[in-house]
Design a protein around this ligand. Structure first.
Ligand SMILES: [Zn+2]
Length: 378
């Protein structure tokens, strides 16, 4: 993460850089705001800049030994603390260090994610995750050691509001008497949930929404999206980048559903048994939820076909290739087979929910569809 990768936030970045250049680095800084605003992204870019040996005016150099270690977040003077809870792999007493590789993987993909996504990555979405006393003991141990190779030792603490009751006095003690050359970068979504004694020892940096324009720019540049779609997604996201990323992902899944559905219908119509079985094999590998939502997508297409046949085109929400497919495909769906097709799909969903064998289910549905598609209109 570099400053240039942060979505928007030009003013804050300018201020952070000028603080570093003027040697006004506060030893405990709180990046406050929603995750989608880029609090973690800013903290990571800032940490890189602080440690960079060859700082430019606007960003870290990217080539010094420190920057190279930052590429995988494996800098020996960069420490991470975050909420955790026992999961399948680590069943007993846990602390951040056990999950460090999961964390590095997560933030390397993108530091724009929601707290729930982090819990999901650990498989603990139904648990209360905390920053515990052991985490604070680790900080004390790490900070007690001499900095390996840089003037600063940086501790990034994600979601400081999850600090446990037992851990708070330990952290407070280090914040009160920090070893020389330590820098705490705390991330929080909600200041009200942070213990006051800790809050009062930090310098607060309020990170606002990146805003629609910045999100739109990021979508066109990072996702090579056309300007209209990017503007639409930026608008729906409300200027929150995590939300925009979710919408992009949904769009990709939708496209995958469409491509798979179109292929399937073609195979069913022609009754290409070998290829149908290949398609079934592939589809059966997806999870049940995915199979279910795919069938629901199919139902939607059939409904749209009927609307198309009744010339209710203003009700059709499809565009581009999907609409193109719909106008060709709809002639195969009519009053003599529509009900039976819809029933077959509803039945499939019913059985998917009850753990039916997906290979048998989709093969059976394919051959049924072949028969139904060849039912005459009149
Ligand atoms: Zn550098």
């Amino acid at each position: 993460m570099y400053f240039q990768d942060v979505i928007g936030q030009e003013l804050i970045i300018k201020r952070l850089i000028s603080n570093i250049k003027n040697q006004r680095i506060s030893h405990a800084q709180l990046f406050l705001g929603q995750q989608g605003n880029g609090t973690l992204a800013l903290a990571l870019a800032y940490a890189r800049f602080v440690q960079c040996r060859n700082k430019g005016d606007l960003d870290a150099c990217g080539t010094c030994p420190s920057c190279l270690k930052f590429n995988k977040y494996e800098h020996p003077d960069l420490h991470f603390i975050f909420p955790s809870a026992p999961n399948k792999e680590h069943k007993e007493k846990v602390s951040s260090k056990l999950f460090l590789s999961d964390w590095r993987k997560k933030i390397s993909q993108t530091p724009y994610f929601e707290y729930f996504d982090w819990l999901e990555a650990l498989g603990i979405e139904n648990k209360q995750a905390i920053i515990n006393a052991e985490d604070c003991n680790d900080i004390i141990r790490n900070l007690g050691l001499k900095a390996y190779e840089s003037p600063y030792k940086i501790v990034v603490m994600y979601m400081i509001e999850k600090l446990s009751y037992q851990a708070a006095p330990k952290l407070l003690k280090i914040l009160e008497e920090p070893p020389e050359g330590t820098l705490f970068l705390l991330i929080s979504e909600n200041k009200e949930r942070i213990i006051n004694t800790i809050l009062s020892r930090t310098q607060i940096l309020k990170v606002p929404l990146p805003g629609e324009e910045a999100v739109k720019k990021a979508l066109t540049e990072k996702h090579t999206m056309d300007a209209d779609t990017a503007a639409q997604i930026a608008f729906i996201s409300g200027g929150l980048y995590t939300e925009a990323l979710k919408l992009v992902k949904e769009g990709d899944e939708h496209l995958a559903d469409f491509n798979s559905f179109r292929e399937w219908m073609r195979l069913c119509y022609k009754n290409e048994a070998g290829n149908i079985l290949k398609w079934v094999e592939k589809t059966a590998q997806a999870g049940r939820e995915k199979q279910k939502s795919f069938c629901q997508y199919g139902l939607r297409i059939f409904r749209m076909c009927l609307l198309h046949n009744y010339n209710a085109n203003d009700l059709i929400r499809f565009k581009g290739e999907e609409l193109d497919f719909l106008s060709k495909f709809s002639r195969f769906i009519h009053h003599n087979n529509a009900i039976a097709i819809v029933e077959a799909f509803n039945e499939a969903i019913f059985h998917i929910e009850r753990n039916a064998n997906p290979k048998i289910l989709f093969a059976d549905l394919s051959f049924k569809l072949h028969r139904l598609m060849h039912v005459k209109t009149g």
